[in-house]
Design a binder for this molecule. Structure first.
Ligand SMILES: NC(=O)c1ccc[n+]([C@@H]2O[C@H](COP(=O)([O-])OP(=O)(O)OC[C@H]3O[C@@H](n4cnc5c(N)ncnc54)[C@H](OP(=O)(O)O)[C@@H]3O)[C@@H](O)[C@H]2O)c1
Length: 346
């Protein structure tokens, strides 16, 4: 019988090899091995597979990807600006949101206005979160009312004194940064107390309630979301050294907490959102009868690639992503319209 050979490159070979025709696998098999296709899979699709595929598709629906229904959240500084945007994002989608701040009237107004015709709830809970006794009281109230906490958003923040950094003369620069009576250690203390230490004490105080949420709520790991800032990332001082230094510290604190909490085997994810400019009482100086603030678009037209300040929806979608994505831990989510790109980071 004549011996036919076929020249082929088999797996792991670079030189052509002669394979006797009789020992050659069926061409379809050779083809399937080469391209990783299993011909057995060509059989009709079973009902079991159809059900599995349908279930897979369902899990991709927005209401499943970003499901905060019945979650219990606490947002500090929830009475205005970014905290209010986050409170709406969660409460409108079914979460029970406690908002805290020092000014009860502000919180009450938010609840009166926004806790209407929504599937969740907004509940005012006044407190000063730079005080340990007040934090203990918050923990006790949430513990009594809910028994667990699914989402903690440490959003409270204050700005620091501003200073001119433009002088090119050493004495003038010293005058602006050191001699100015507004440049004080007290200013740095209060900014770091509110923007950094507060995150540490709030997060650590709530760990047992957060851990209970992960244990009780199937498929959910509770989460801490800190509001930091692009001010902690950009290389410029933006005329407020203390504020920018505090936000850089808050970003690093987020990472340290995420590391230590996860290495203690607790199922609590800890991330931070670093916003660019958004309208708030801090950036606009006030809020209107809806507890909303506004900043002129022109202010940022040339400064930011997006050519505008952030909108409520920009923050809302980032918050929903950060709290819902179960695979996100120890990260900084920058929501800034490209501010950092334009300003440059260290
Ligand atoms: N808006 C922006 O462009 C921007 C950009 C980057 C980062 N951020 C950060 O975003 C966060 C929210 O600020 P915002 O811009 O939305 O300003 P905001 O409207 O002034 O909100 C800050 C909130 O924190 C509350 N607060 C301040 N000190 C507190 C304390 N000791 N205890 C409890 N609540 C306290 C304030 O309410 P009371 O005064 O009534 O207590 C206020 O409602 C801050 O961390 C800020 O640094 C803002």
């Amino acid at each position: 019988m004549p011996r036919f050979y076929i020249a082929a490159l088999t797996k792991n070979q670079t030189a052509l090899t002669k394979i006797p025709f009789t020992r050659l696998p069926k061409l379809s098999l050779l083809h399937s091995r080469q391209f990783g296709v299993n011909p057995a899979r060509k059989s009709p699709v079973s009902d079991k597979t159809k059900i599995a595929v349908n279930e897979s598709n369902q899990s991709f629906k927005l209401e499943n990807l970003f499901n905060v229904k019945d979650k219990v959240a606490l947002i500090t500084g929830g009475g205005s600006g970014i905290g209010l945007m986050a409170a709406q994002a969660l409460a409108v989608n079914g979460a029970k949101v406690y908002i805290t701040g020092r000014t009860a009237t502000k919180l009450d107004r938010v609840a009166t206005l926004y806790d209407n015709n929504i599937s969740g709830k907004i509940i005012p809970l006044p407190a000063d979160v730079t005080n340990k006794d007040e934090i203990r009281r918050l923990v006790s109230e949430i513990s009594t009312c809910e028994g667990h906490l699914s989402i903690l958003m440490n959003n409270t923040g204050i700005s620091s004194q501003t200073q001119e950094t433009e002088p090119e003369d050493a004495s003038e620069l010293r005058e602006s940064l050191f001699d100015d009576p507004a440049a004080t250690f007290d200013d740095w203390d209060s900014v770091f107390r509110t923007n950094v230490a507060q995150i540490f004490f709030m997060t650590t105080a709530f760990l047992p309630l957060l851990q209970r949420s992960s244990a009780d709520e199937h498929g959910w790991s509770s989460t801490v979301l800190n509001t930091t800032s692009i001010s902690g990332i950009v290389k410029v001082a933006q005329h407020h050294f203390a504020y920018n230094a505090s936000k850089a510290a808050a970003i690093h604190l987020t990472k340290m907490l995420a590391q230590e909490v996860s290495s203690s085997k607790l199922r609590v994810r800890i991330n931070n959102i670093a916003p660019g400019p958004f309208p708030s009482e801090m950036t606009a100086g006030e809020s209107d009868e809806r507890q909303k603030s506004s900043i002129p678009v022109e202010k940022y037209r040339e400064k930011i690639p997006a050519a505008r300040p952030g909108r409520d929806e920009d923050m809302a979608s980032a918050v929903l992503f950060a709290v819902c994505n179960q695979y996100l831990n120890g990260q900084t989510i920058v929501v800034d319209g490209g501010y950092v790109l334009a300003a440059g980071s260290v």
